[in-house]
Design a protein around this ligand. Structure first.
Ligand SMILES: Nc1ncnc2c1ncn2[C@@H]1O[C@H](COP(=O)(O)OP(=O)(O)OP(=O)(O)O)[C@@H](O)[C@H]1O
Ligand SMILES: [Zn+2]
Length: 892
């Protein structure tokens, strides 16, 4: 495997970097802090991502930038690969935004998948890569200080010996699993075997025989007891029968005796009863005598002397008929009385009603009369008024006798007169205005004339034709004055004419009003005359009607009296009928009394008869009882003789004995039966044990087969487990030997010095350095430079072991050395050059070395120069081809 190209963007100090890498030794050269280590880190990071970092993912992105890009191209096992990663800062965290691996078999994406793919491709993870190929700056003591087991783990891991351990463990787990199953099966088997042994020890068949003979014995014993018990039982039953018989006889005797006693008692009781009956019969006879006397007394009060039932019944029938007749009559009389009473009452009411109406009529007649009288008085006064008005009218007509018009035309006359007067007044006013104007004009003309001017036109008078006008005007004034005077007297005469007409109008109006009053009066007079006449007629009629009504009322009253008298008669009849009923009732009661006494007498006679019969019956019964008693007494005597006391005694004895025996047997038999049952169940147990034994034997055989199979499986698995273990130990031992040899070769090459003879690597990876004189030293005891050389030797030896051990299957990555010269003096630097050449000669295809040592630079096939811009603090990388190397070196 070889790196062919790396390109960076914003990776740590790098801005943009592009670098081709070639086979052979490449030395990366530059001052401290220029970015050399970062370049190697970039390649490592490209392969393994964050696992390759000692810091965090954020650290790889140039401070202040947001994106970093790393691209690594490499060839491996004949194929070309390219890995691209992009890291993005978001917030204060960095994430892998892109991670792609392109190879001959396709593309892998995602940080995890890419890392896994690289690990399987190179057959090493990030840690293994560092352990094998990448000697990091300042790690000199890492391997030396590591404990042997750490070293062992590391180298085993590199050589893939870990797989064998894994297989061994798996086999071990399988073995443990088999062991578990085996153990449990075995313990089950053991358990079954011991159960079988127990059962075999128990000699089951012998026990079965013994138990069966014991059972036969018990059965016989039980049968014996049972037959004996049967005998005792029959003895007992016989004795009991004898005893029962005697007991029954005694019982019967007792019964007979008590029966005799009962009968004697009953006889005595019935005799006492008969005495009581005799007594009562005597009492009844006394009572009957009393009743006979009472009947006689009662009969005396009635109108018959024979108190027979038929006589009483006939009398009752008669009473009933009589009563119904009376009741019928009574009901008729009551109805009649009621009806007559009602009629009388109605007639009275009618009379009262008529009287009331007559009175009303009379009142109305009186009212009419007084209305007529009032109207007559008014009529008189109206007629007087009429005469007064007619005389006033005659006076007014006299006024019109010398008037210019007749009565009726006065108003027209007044209108005419007033019209004439206003015309005259208008003419007067016009004339006065004209007069005033004529006087003014005269005055003006006289003024003009006095001023010497023409009074007509105002021109100077000389030669004027109008001077004479003054005379005209004067004449005009005078004529107007006479007109006015005339008009004034006309107006005066018209004023008095108007006054006269006005007076006439007043008379006329008065006459009209009087005429109207007169016609009203005439109407009223006519009205009153009618009233007087009609009212008087009406009063007369009403009085006649009242008299008729009064006559009618009197007739009604008379009729009412007649009916009332008849009603009284009917009421009297009702009273007498009621009295009849009452006396009938009294008679009936008397008959009832006789009847009840007769009944009482009959009852008492009956009772006396019944009692006599009863007394006779009792006597008869007692006679019979006495006869019976004789029989009973004979029977009692017989029974007394039949009871044999000695037989009873012997029966009691044999019963006692039989009971005792049965009791004893009953005490023993249940136990015996229990014992027999117990033996039977024991026999059942032994039989089932025998069956179980057979089952167990079968099961044991099955389990034994299974345990055998498991045993052989266990053996196989154990063998497999130890084989893996042995194989690993074997391989490791071989590796240790090879590694020890290579380590010594390399150490000799870089540190040929007389002090040390050889280095020993033991089977447990313990390292020991031997001095020439044979004393052993721990590697920690070496000097710093020696330790650096020792470390390099060990690392190169491991690299060689791997290269030679697994090359072909997975070509190794380049050998990468970061600052290997730090602790070395000049002499040893040249040894290092030798080591590098040796490695190259042994077939290591690509070696990358970071160093600023000139001697190493000189050994390089390619030189890469790294520089950092002091102002921007960003690094750049530049490859210098080998031919230019000389000039570079020449410059120094
Ligand atoms: N994320 C980062 N962004 C910018 N610069 C970084 C970042 N990480 C590291 N640097 C710088 O990179 C430089 C370290 O680079 P590197 O360790 O590769 O140098 P070197 O050439 O190997 O030095 P030396 O010769 O001392 O070993 C330092 O100057 C450090 O400041
Ligand atoms: Zn004039």
């Amino acid at each position: 495997m070889r790196f062919t190209h790396v390109s960076l963007k914003n990776f740590k100090p790098y801005d943009d970097a592009d670098l081709d890498l070639r086979d052979g030794v490449t030395v990366i050269h530059g001052v401290n802090g220029s970015g050399k280590s970062s370049l190697l880190e970039a390649c490592f990071f490209a392969l393994y991502g964050s696992k390759a970092l000692s810091g965090t993912l954020e650290d790889v992105v140039t401070t202040g930038e947001e994106d970093a890009e790393i691209e690594l191209e490499f060839v491996h096992d004949g194929g070309s690969y390219r890995i691209e990663r992009r890291i993005r800062i978001s917030g204060d965290r960095a994430t892998t935004a892109k991670c792609v691996l392109e190879g001959p078999d396709g593309t892998v994406e995602g940080a995890r998948d890419v890392r896994r793919h690289v690990a399987s491709l190179l057959r090493m993870d990030a840690e293994a890569f560092v352990n094998c190929a990448y000697v990091q700056q300042g790690e000199v003591n890492k391997l030396i200080n590591a404990s042997p087991s750490q070293r062992q783990d590391m180298i085993d891991d590199l050589l893939q010996l870990g797989k064998l351990e894994e297989y061994r463990e798996r086999a071990g787990n399988a073995r443990l699993g088999v062991e578990d199953v085996l153990t449990s099966k075995r313990s089950v088997l053991d358990d079954i075997v011991s159960q079988i042994e127990q059962k075999e020890d128990a000699a089951l068949h012998a026990r079965l025989n013994a138990l069966e003979s014991k059972l036969a014995e018990k059965d016989e014993k039980i049968a014996n007891y049972e037959s004996q018990r049967e005998k005792a039982k029959s003895t007992l039953d016989a004795a009991q029968a004898t005893l029962d018989e005697h007991a029954e006889k005694r019982e019967r005797l007792a019964e007979v005796e008590s029966a005799i006693e009962d009968v004697q008692l009953k006889v005595a009781k019935d005799e006492a009863q008969r005495d009581k009956l005799t007594e009562r019969i005597r009492e009844l006879e006394d009572e009957l005598d009393d009743v006979a006397t009472e009947i006689e007394t009662a009969l005396a009060e009635t109108d018959f002397d024979d108190a027979t039932e038929s006589a009483i019944a006939a009398r009752r029938t008669e009473f009933d008929e009589r009563e119904s007749t009376i009741r019928e009559e009574l009901s008729d009389a009551r109805q009649q009385a009621q009806a007559l009473e009602t009629q009388a009452e109605r007639l009275r009411e009618r009379a009262t009603d008529l009287e009331g109406r007559a009175e009303e009529k009379r009142d109305a007649a009186d009212a009419d009369e007084s209305t007529a009288t009032e109207a007559a008085t008014e009529l008189e006064s109206f007629r007087e008024k009429r005469r007064d008005i007619q005389s006033s009218l005659a006076d007014i007509d006299e006024q019109f006798a010398d008037a210019p018009v007749d009565r009726g035309a006065a108003a027209d006359l007044l209108d005419e007169r007033r019209r004439d007067r206003s015309e005259a007044r208008e003419s007067l006013a016009e004339t006065e205005t004209e007069l005033k104007n004529a006087r003014e004009r005269l005055e003006e003309a006289e003024t003009l004339r006095d001023a010497g001017k023409c009074p007509e036109c105002g021109q100077p008078v000389e030669g004027s034709p109008h001077v004479d006008a003054i005379g005209d005007r004067k004449a005009e004034v005078e004529s107007l004055v006479s007109d006015r005077d005339e008009l004034e007297s006309t107006v005066e005469s018209l004023d008095s004419a108007v006054e006269r007409a006005e007076r006439l109008v007043k008379f006329e109006n008065r006459a009209d009003s009087l005429s109207e009053t007169l016609s009203h009066l005439d109407e009223r007079i006519e009205d009153r005359e009618t009233t007087v006449e009609s009212r008087r007629e009406s009063a007369e009629e009403k009085r006649e009607a009242a008299a008729e009504l009064e006559d009618e009322a009197a007739a009604k009253r008379e009729a009412a009296e007649t009916q009332a008298g008849r009603a009284d008669e009917a009421a009297e009849r009702v009273d007498s009928l009621e009295a009849d009923l009452e006396s009938l009732e009294t008679r009936r009661e008397r008959v009832g009394r006789v009847e009840s006494l007769v009944e009482t007498r009959a009852e008492k006679r009956d009772e006396r008869e019944r009692l006599r019969e009863k007394r006779e019956t009792l006597a008869e019964v007692n006679r019979e009882r006495r006869e019976h008693l004789v029989d009973r007494r004979n029977r009692r005597d017989e029974l007394r003789e039949a009871v044999d006391e000695s037989a009873v005694e012997s029966a009691k004895n044999s019963k006692q004995k039989a009971e005792t025996y049965i009791e004893q047997v009953d005490g023993v038999l249940p136990d015996l039966r229990d014992q027999r049952d117990d033996i039977q169940s024991q026999i059942g147990g032994v039989q089932s044990d025998l069956e179980r034994l057979d089952e167990l034997r079968e099961r044991r055989d099955e389990l034994a087969t299974r345990v055998d199979a498991l045993d052989s499986l266990h053996e196989e698995v154990s063998t497999l487990e130890s084989t893996y273990g042995d194989l690993r130990a074997d391989l490791r031992q071989r590796n240790v030997e090879v590694l020890e040899r290579m380590l010594n070769e390399t150490f000799d090459l870089v540190y040929a010095n007389d002090a040390y003879s050889r280095i020993r690597l033991d089977g447990e990876y313990g390292l020991t350095v031997f001095q020439k004189d044979g004393t052993a030293l721990e590697p920690e005891q070496l000097s710093g430079g020696e330790r650096a050389l020792f470390n390099l030797s060990l690392r190169c030896a491991i690299y060689r072991l791997l290269a030679e051990g697994i090359d072909g299957a997975a070509p190794l990555p380049p050998l990468i050395l970061d600052e290997p010269t730090v602790f070395l003096d000049t002499g040893h630097v040249s040894r290092l050059v030798d080591l590098v050449e040796d490695m190259e000669s042994r077939g290591v295809k690509q070696i990358l070395i970071v160093s600023h040592d000139d001697e190493l630079v000189g050994a390089a096939d390619d030189l890469v120069r790294v520089e950092k811009n002091p102002t921007t603090n960003r690094s750049t990388v530049e490859r210098t081809d080998a031919p230019e190397l000389a000039s570079v070196l020449a410059d120094d």
